[in-house]
Design a protein around this ligand. Structure first.
Ligand SMILES: NC(=O)c1ccc[n+]([C@@H]2O[C@H](COP(=O)([O-])OP(=O)(O)OC[C@H]3O[C@@H](n4cnc5c(N)ncnc54)[C@H](OP(=O)(O)O)[C@@H]3O)[C@@H](O)[C@H]2O)c1
Length: 284
């Protein structure tokens, strides 16, 4: 089995790569950071069976080139459009417009561009599976994350259109909406994240749903129940409940968190080095 995964250098994408490689699949890993992709590839069983594609999904030519390189070795059985970015955005600030465009480009338009080159080859072969990684954030508009919620809601609607268009062609379209998954993307969320799952556990559950050809599901299922409940809430109640909900950090806030986290890691490493040196001197 051949599986192409975008956003495979980190988090959910890397976990999906591990899950499929463990099943004996040949994995094509695509993302922008070559070193991170290579590290994931080296962590897989039989690293040389797997291939990396360094590409930016928001750059049409870059993605097209990677897709053609992938197709030149054969038509993948599964294409997982997982690459994504998440950042808080507030429309009142002009500074956030660029982040808004980046979120919609990466999470929505690039996902469509990811699937496009594979549809005719999959049709010609008579089968294949296209998987989109949406989000529960696409179920209702979350305050402070308008661009992210809009992009993910559009992904859910778009993949539904695609699924019906491709009915009878042999191509399955699977939409997975993760709840909270422990990855670098959620590391700086300053609010409670109920039913949080490890990325590897998410990947195992996702793999089962993809194998079944499930049209749409939320993982974990508990967040699916929450999402259904949220959908049923009347607007007046949803607005009242979510008005003061915790918000995703905006771009400059995220950058500050990252600088702080890096400083913390450096000081931790220095302390460890110093205490290691002390331990070494104290040793008999
Ligand atoms: N974690 C959660 O709780 C959660 C919940 C719901 C949905 N999701 C969705 O799950 C997907 C994966 O997220 P994650 O949590 O695993 O986040 P992550 O650890 O930050 O990984 C994001 C991945 O996307 C890649 N990527 C971003 N922009 C790209 C671009 N322009 N071109 C190519 N690759 C790009 C990154 O690779 P490079 O930086 O190397 O390019 C990275 O591999 C996203 O679509 C996200 O929206 C996550």
């Amino acid at each position: 089995m051949r599986v192409l995964i975008t956003g495979a250098s980190s988090g959910i994408g890397a976990a999906l790569a591990r899950a499929y490689a463990a099943q004996g699949a040949q994995v094509y890993l695509l993302a922008r950071r070559a070193a991170a992709l290579e590290a994931v590839r080296q962590s897989l069983p039989e690293p040389n069976r797997h291939q990396i594609f360094v590409a930016d999904v928001t750059v049409a030519a870059s993605l097209q080139q990677a897709a053609q390189a992938c197709l030149s070795t054969g038509v993948p059985d599964i294409v997982i459009a997982n690459a994504g970015v998440s950042v808080g955005t507030l429309t009142e600030y002009a500074d956030d417009l660029q982040a808004t465009e980046e979120v919609i480009q990466t999470n929505l338009l690039a996902l469509i561009r990811t699937f496009q080159p594979f549809i005719q080859p999959m049709k010609a072969r008579g089968g294949g599976t296209l998987v989109s990684i949406a989000s529960v954030a696409g179920i209702r508009g979350l305050p402070g994350a308008g661009a992210y919620s809009a992009a993910k809601a559009a992904v859910i609607a778009y993949t539904e259109s695609l699924r019906v268009e491709l009915r009878g062609s042999g191509i399955e379209v699977v939409t997975l909406a993760p709840g909270y998954i422990r990855t670098p993307m959620t590391a700086h969320n300053p609010y409670p994240m109920p039913f949080m799952l490890d990325a590897d556990e998410f990947a195992r559950r996702a793999q089962r749903e993809i194998a079944r050809g499930t049209s749409y599901t939320v993982i974990p299922w508990q967040m699916g129940v929450v999402a259904k409940g949220l959908r049923l809430l009347p607007n007046w109640l949803y607005d009242r409940l979510f008005q003061h909900a915790g918000r995703k950090p905006r771009a400059h806030e995220l950058a500050a968190y990252q600088t702080h986290a890096q400083a913390h890691t450096n000081s931790h490493t220095n302390n460890q080095a110093n205490s290691g040196a002390a331990a070494h001197h104290d040793a008999p």
